[in-house]
Design a protein around this ligand. Structure first.
Ligand SMILES: [Zn+2]
Length: 127
């Protein structure tokens, strides 16, 4: 059995594929979708999947939570005291109510919307 590599997408032509003297052509799924018109019985399509370890899963979840926090959740969260809108401080992981000068912490991606748990912003702290 001989082995040959198709190096780039420009070779995904019917002419080139027909010229290959191969019984089996292994191709990645992501490449297969680019050349559906030339695929024949010789093609074996390899599906690729990513197995994320626990650390990567946690990181991805946190990223998703951050993303979620940036958009949808902020639209529905309001200050429990004045019902006003909040400012999300990403680095500090806090939601700020400018009116009440309160900073509500976000712990493990969960906003703690309790007056008792909030930090009172000192007058010198910019918001
Ligand atoms: Zn408020």
């Amino acid at each position: 059995m001989s082995k040959q590599s198709i190096l780039n997408e420009s070779q995904f032509t019917k002419r080139y594929i027909d010229s290959l003297n191969a019984d089996i052509i292994l191709i990645k799924e992501e490449d297969a979708v680019k050349c559906l018109s030339v695929i024949d019985d010789r093609f074996w399509i390899l599906k690729e999947s990513i197995v994320a370890n626990t650390a990567l899963q946690v990181m991805l979840l946190n990223k998703l939570r951050e993303k979620f926090m940036d958009t949808k959740l902020l639209d529905i969260l309001v200050c429990p005291l004045c019902k006003g809108s909040l400012v999300y401080k990403k680095i500090e992981k806090e939601l700020i109510c400018k009116r009440d000068r309160l900073a509500f912490p976000i712990r493990d991606g969960i906003p703690i919307m309790l007056e008792d748990g909030a930090r009172l912003l000192p007058p010198e702290e910019e918001v």
